[in-house]
Structures are given as C-alpha cells and as structure tokens.
Write a new protein. Structure first.
Length: 242
C-alpha cells in the first residue's frame, strides 16, 4: 500500500488517491474523509476500491481496514470485472442474455434476437446506452403491469403515480406522497420478477411495513413470491451495484 497524493481538499471532504496490493495486484483506491460516523468500503463497478471514513480515522487506520477486508474486496472485484466483460458480448433483456453484434452503425439498435452497437464501443458505452433504452422501455412497460394489478387494490387506496428512475440500491419503493418509484434496470429482468416488484409496491398501498398482513397479501396474490424474491436478489445483485 502506498499513499500517492492528495487530489482535492475542501472544507468537508478530503480525498486521497492511492494504490493497495490485493493478492499481488496493484488496485487503485480512493479514500475520502468526511464528517461521518462509520467506515464504508465499496468496490466500484470498474474494480477500484472506494473507502469513506470519518475525519477522526487516520490514513494508516483506514488502509488497515482495507487490508482486513481483502478477501471480500477480491471477491467483489472479480465479480465486477466479470460483469464488465459480459457487457462486451451480451446484454440482459427481460431476463434473457441477448448477443451483441458490432457493426458499422452510430447508435444502439435493439432487435428481437440481437443488439447492434457501434464497433468501437467499450463495455461502459454499451451499459450507458442500455440504461437509456431500459428507461425508455420501462415508461411503456411498467404502466401496463401496474394497470393489470391495480384492480386488486383499487377499493382501498388511491392509485399511485409512476416514477421511473435508475436506482443503485433498490428495485422499487412506494412513497407516502403517492408515488410508486420503479427502477428502470428491472427491464433487464424476467417479466415475472418485474411483476413481483409491482405487486410488492402496490401491497404497500395497504400495509406500509413488511409485517404479517403484508406477507399474507403477497401470498394471496403471488403464491410463489418468496421464490421470485430469491431469484431477483440473486440475478439482480450485480446489476444494481454496476
Ligand atoms: Zn417493501
């Protein structure tokens, strides 16, 4: 581990850029100290370490913390880099990995069985273009699923208004102000998993927590919801963090 330089200093946050040895490999590490209570360690989608720590923690302590979590970091880095590689050959569309073809075009073109991209595009370019495509498709797809399920809830609540967003930590949420927020990245997932998130959020129009009543309503409407939740968690984990 070697500290290289201070990149930016502001009143609240101090950033450091350094490298850390992980299993014999030099990995870039970004450390930011700020007014916060706890340490937060993350592996970014492109395989760099991101450490956030309270101002009271020294650089040496921070880097020791990184070393303690070496094993976890290596696993995350491996998964992130693998996921990045995947965006070079195929993209997930409604639960199916669809092959990418590189051709002499200037923009993303999504066809039934394949996706055409400009030949010079890197994984990040593909991912960025797909984000836009997911968002656009989501605006048409989600309202159809919501309308399909709304009759089960209409007697008890006012229909929430849909907001499509890209979210990094959750698939959906229901705000008390009457919005159903849905993650556009769900367009990568299978239709029954999109349905799961819609039904889950609509159940919150009846019960705001995940208590027994909420769970029995879920079981009544989608008897296999627990299995769908497990699949959403497994398949979606990398997509959310990317
Ligand atoms: Zn919930």
């Amino acid at each position: 581990m070697s500290q290289r330089r201070t990149v930016k200093k502001s009143a609240q946050i101090v950033h450091h850029q350094c490298t850390v040895m992980l299993a014999g490999e030099e990995v870039a590490c970004r450390v930011s100290s700020s007014v916060r209570k706890s340490m937060r360690l993350q592996m970014t989608h492109d395989g760099c370490i991101d450490l956030r720590m309270p101002l009271s923690v020294s650089m040496a302590e921070g880097l020791a913390f990184v070393q303690q979590h070496q094993h976890w970091l290596l696993q995350r880095r491996h998964a992130s880099l693998q996921q990045q590689q995947r965006w070079l050959v195929s993209v997930p569309l409604l639960g199916r990995q669809t092959n990418i073809e590189r051709t002499n075009i200037t923009r993303l073109t999504v066809l039934q069985e394949r996706v055409l991209v400009p030949s010079i595009w890197q994984a990040a370019d593909v991912q960025q273009a797909m984000d836009g495509w997911y968002r656009q498709q989501a605006r048409e797809y989600f309202p159809v699923v919501i309308d399909l399920w709304w009759p089960h809830f209409a007697a008890h609540a006012q229909k929430p208004q849909l907001r499509v967003k890209k979210m990094r930590t959750r698939w959906g949420s229901l705000s008390q102000r009457g919005y159903i927020n849905m993650n556009c990245l769900l367009m990568a997932m299978a239709p029954d998993l999109i349905e799961l998130v819609v039904v889950h959020e609509l159940c919150h129009t009846r019960y705001f927590d995940h208590g027994r009543q909420f769970q029995s309503l879920m079981s009544e409407l989608l008897p296999d919801w627990r299995d769908r939740e497990r699949r959403l968690h497994e398949q979606g984990r990398l997509l959310l963090s990317s």
